[in-house]
Write a protein that binds this ligand. Structure first.
Ligand SMILES: [Zn+2]
Length: 672
């Protein structure tokens, strides 16, 4: 993102849907925004039907009136193109815009994000309304950027998608021979003799639905189609306002589309953070770090979080006192320049009427949520632009790839419990709970600044990745690899000659077989020089042979008791660890901690208690975020350095307390 596009303050506020209520209510809302220091809203996300009541007839006056009020109040806003919810007349008049689902059913009008991304008619009408908005509002003083549609991610399987999929395959593979080779169609007699024989992988075609090579290409195709659909509007907005950022918000369920490819077409990443109450606090932190990676470490926007409970979970827990504040600072700590929420006022009816909001159905301002927002808004205003655009400074990287994710979870075997995000999190959380900064390595990142790289379940060997990891290790890096590594190429064709394929010599092992454990089953491992201490392991157990590697730990049970479970291999000036099974946290903590101490990789700061500590650096200044997620006071070990607590103005050094649930934002150095 071009840094000049950023605002000199933390964006605080969120989705606002004032087309649902009258003038008096809007005026009350603006008073609440002033009181709570809300400075930014996003609108009109779902208002296409109101803006274009029939084809080519537009009604922008109501939106002009609201924007006048927002401008008068000095608020900033992202204008959203309303195209994630097409009007009923459009679906009725042009049924081709409606999607066909995986069951092959033509769907009727409804929902949102419920259109075929390949529909030419949809794109035509979407481009027209985006153009009208751009022309009408491009010079508005409050406009700070464009939010295209909302949470893309609909998969369609209509005739038109099928036609475009065939063209996409022709473009990608050029010849049928190549397509047959890549999809390995000779298995089960599926050789294709004409591109017209290709069908979409729906439930109407189980061969295709269950052929991972076809599925994988369909997911790539839908990502590319969604990018085209996004660009169809984005290019118009960009032309009208070249200096404003144009992007969309990524759904918190980030798997559906290759977000690294999507965001490469945007000016910044923006995402919607809806952690489940049962999520470990490290899980949303990990997603934040993934979002920061989408633009190569640049800051991003949290576009939505919930100010209180959600409505779409089975049990919608209230956010506990202070939880909104901790979640806000968690995002800011990991690289967000905003803390935006869905929604400002609770809708009176409809699908999300019980979703939390800053202003609830009561309309009152003497509520817990408004009190918490007022305090948070005051703090964020005080922090100003100090760490805006600040970056992380990590020596630890985790390789992450959407195609790898899809391919792993499309596998039939070795286990139905294949969950890439969970396995990445298994390794991420060691670093998180010990206050180490981690960068996710997506696409073409330079590995040379990292000391330790973890590549959990790097199943797909995309072109160049093995060479990059080999080079990194040879030059003195520490590589940590796991089960399900080095299996397949980009078309999910397995690599002959034993796993981990092209990384065999780097790890100095080869995998003969892989055992899948039941959900409640576990094996045990112990280190070879200490059999007094056993650790549980689960999920998968590779049966490996060492070649040049040394064994660090062995299995204790089953017919493979005594075989290596964890190994290390010297390779060039570096080392490569292979973890053949999923060990429990205690063992990983011990192993990874030993590696980090050996490599002299330092945590941001040490702490005790349930404290999250994260660093951002801006213009050489160091900002430390300390968030106490626990119900007990915690301790931060600052050492000899001096920091200024930006929320209280206190100078801090040495060992300091942080009370239960509290947050500190500190700037390094003595305040002059
Ligand atoms: Zn379609």
């Amino acid at each position: 993102m071009d840094r000049k596009l950023s605002r000199p303050f933390i964006l605080f506020g969120g989705d606002y849907n004032p087309d649902q209520w009258d003038d008096e209510t809007i005026d009350q809302d603006i008073e609440v925004f002033k009181k709570t220091k809300i400075n930014t809203v996003t609108l009109p996300v779902f208002s296409w039907a109101k803006l274009e009541p029939s084809e080519g007839i537009y009604n922008f006056e109501w939106l002009d009136h609201i924007l006048d009020k927002l401008d008068e109040a000095g608020l900033s806003y992202f204008l959203a193109t309303p195209t994630s919810a097409q009007p009923a007349w459009l679906s009725r008049k042009y049924p081709e815009v409606l999607p066909v689902d995986i069951a092959g059913r033509k769907r009727t009008h409804g929902m949102r994000v419920f259109f075929c991304v390949n529909s030419d008619k949809f794109r035509e009408r979407a481009a027209i309304i985006a153009g009208k908005m751009a022309e009408r509002y491009k010079d508005r003083p409050g406009l700070i950027g464009w939010h295209v549609a909302n949470e893309y991610g609909t998969y369609c399987y209509c005739e038109n998608c099928q036609k475009k999929f065939r063209s996409w395959l022709k473009e990608r593979y050029k010849t049928l021979d190549e397509l047959n080779l890549r999809w390995h169609t000779c298995f089960w007699g599926k050789t294709l003799y004409d591109f017209e024989e290709v069908v979409v992988p729906t439930e109407l075609n189980d061969d295709y639905r269950f052929n991972p090579a076809v599925q994988l290409d369909y997911m790539r195709f839908i990502t590319d189609s969604t990018i085209e659909c996004y660009e169809n509007e984005a290019k118009i907005l960009k032309a009208a306002t070249p200096t404003l950022p144009v992007f969309t918000n990524i759904s918190g369920y980030i798997k559906k589309l290759d977000q690294s490819k999507m965001v490469s077409h945007m000016d910044t990443a923006g995402w919607d953070n809806y952690p489940w109450p049962t999520d470990e606090r490290s899980f949303p932190a990990m997603k934040h770090d993934i979002m920061r990676a989408l633009k190569g470490g640049e800051s991003y926007y949290v576009m939505e979080q919930s100010p209180n409970q959600q409505n779409w979970q089975p049990y919608n827990k209230l956010k506990k006192p202070g939880e909104v504040r901790r979640l806000a600072y968690q995002g800011l700590a990991h690289g967000s320049d905003s803390s935006l929420y869905f929604q400002m006022r609770q809708s009176v009816a409809g699908q999300e009427k019980f979703h939390g909001a800053v202003i609830s159905h009561s309309g009152r301002t003497d509520t817990r949520i408004i009190r918490e927002f007022t305090e948070l808004g005051g703090e964020l205003e005080k922090l100003g632009d100090q760490f805006i655009c600040g970056k992380a400074d990590s020596r630890i990287g985790i390789v992450f790839d959407w195609n790898n994710w899809w391919a792993l979870e499309l596998c039939s075997g070795p286990s139905k419990d294949m969950d890439y995000l969970r396995e990445v999190h298994r390794y991420y959380k060691h670093f998180y709970y010990n206050n180490y900064s981690v960068d996710f390595l997506i696409q073409d990142v330079d590995y040379s600044k990292y000391k330790v790289i973890v590549a959990p379940m790097l199943y797909m060997m995309k072109e160049g990745i093995a060479e990059k990891l080999r080079e990194f290790t040879r030059n003195g890096g520490i590589l940590i690899g796991t089960y399900m590594t080095g299996y397949a190429d980009e078309n999910d064709r397995c690599i002959y000659g034993a796993y981990p394929g092209p990384l065999k010599d780097v790890f100095g092992i080869w995998v003969e077989e892989t055992d899948a454990l039941y959900q409640d089953e576990y094996n045990q491992i112990h280190e070879i020089d200490d059999d007094s201490c056993s650790y549980k392991c689960s999920f998968l157990c590779d049966l490996i042979h060492t070649e040049s590697a040394n064994t660090l730990a062995v299995y204790e049970r089953d017919f493979y008791a005594g075989l290596p479970a964890v190994t290390v291999n010297s390779f060039g000036n570096g080392k490569a660890y292979y973890i053949a099974t999923a060990p429990d946290y205690e063992y990983l903590d011990k192993l990874i901690n030993r590696i980090l101490v050996d490599e002299k990789v330092e945590p941001v700061m040490k702490s005790s208690g349930e404290i999250e500590i994260v660093k951002r650096i801006k213009d050489g200044d160091e900002y430390i975020f300390a968030i106490n997620h626990g119900n007990e006071r915690g301790i931060i070990y600052i050492g000899d350095n001096h920091y200024k607590n930006l929320l209280t103005e206190d100078q801090v050094t040495g060992t300091i307390d942080i009370s239960a649930g509290d947050v500190m934002v500190m700037k390094k150095g003595i305040d002059k």
